[in-house]
Ligand binder design. Structure first.
Ligand code: G5P
Ligand code: MG
Length: 221
């Protein structure tokens, strides 16, 4: 489906809920540009930039990077883009306010996956750092174990995917990110999808976005 109008979406959900996995499907099906705050931070850490050096310890400890750093980073990335799918930002009410001041959001997709399901997934996740592509030894294993399907480059396990850090990330989600759901609910743009399997959640997201995009098209016409 070619996107010929402005459409701005946010995808939310706890760590490991499948935001990256569902975003890849949205990008493939609807052509929305995927902007993942975590992927951008990890690319900076990998390249040892100033931002990477500044944020690495926060991420490794399962804490959030300060709001002003994140808002500046992501809002500058959005400049010049009409349509996008934001993954991992906003993560606090202060970040949601900063985004709201810069532009409006058409829809917020919330993946509501139980914490117990998530913990098992993250310890068996393998990531291709340059692209952000994710694999899972149970759910979607790479064709050749340990290597990216597209580039053949090695996969790594994220430093923040240890059981202790995952627990801290879930806590940060509960205290700092869950209030953002209420923020968007009160604006009438929040759409929640609940379940334990991405393959069962995805068809509902797909139908929802098809409807939403046809509606935006009619408004534009
Ligand atoms: P990130 O990178 O944004 P999180 O913690 O929000 O990290 P994460 O871990 O990237 O989210 P996800 O994208 O929601 O998870 O999930 P995913 O990668 O698609 O799926 C997880 C695993 O489950 C994969 O292995 C996938 O293959 C598998 N899977 C998917 N579906 C299924 C299924 O149905 N069944 C099974 N068995 N497996 C499945 O942020 C990282 C850090 O960066 C900082 C913070 O420190 C954060 O902790 N940060 C920010 N700090 C402040 N403000 C911000 N805005 C920040 N953004 C990032
Ligand atoms: Mg992710």
């Amino acid at each position: 489906m070619a996107l010929n109008k402005i459409f701005r979406a946010v995808i939310m959900g706890p760590p490991g809920s499948g935001k990256g996995t569902v975003s890849a499907r949205i990008t493939k099906t609807f052509g929305l540009k995927h902007i993942s705050s975590g992927d951008i931070l990890r690319a900076n850490i990998n390249a040892k930039t100033e931002l990477g050096l500044l944020t690495k310890s926060c991420i490794d400890q399962g804490q959030l990077v300060p709001d002003d750093v994140m808002s500046r980073l992501i809002l500058s990335d959005l400049r010049g883009l009409d349509s996008w799918l934001l993954d991992g930002f906003p993560r606090t009410v202060s970040q949601a306010d900063a985004l709201d001041e810069a532009c409006s959001v058409d829809t917020v997709i919330n993946l509501n996956v139980p914490f117990q399901t998530i913990k098992q997934r993250l310890t068996s996740r393998w990531t291709h750092l340059p692209s952000g592509r994710v694999y899972n030894t149970d759910f979607n294993p790479p064709k050749v174990p340990g290597f990216d399907d597209v580039t053949g480059e090695p996969l790594v396990q994220r430093d923040d995917d240890t059981p202790e850090t995952v627990t801290r990330r879930l806590k940060a989600y509960e205290t700092q990110t869950e209030p953002v759901l209420e923020y968007y609910r009160s604006k009438g743009v929040l759409q929640t999808f609940s379940g334990t399997e991405t393959n069962k959640i995805w068809p509902h997201v797909e139908v929802f976005l098809h409807r939403k995009l046809s509606f935006v098209k009619e408004q534009v016409a």
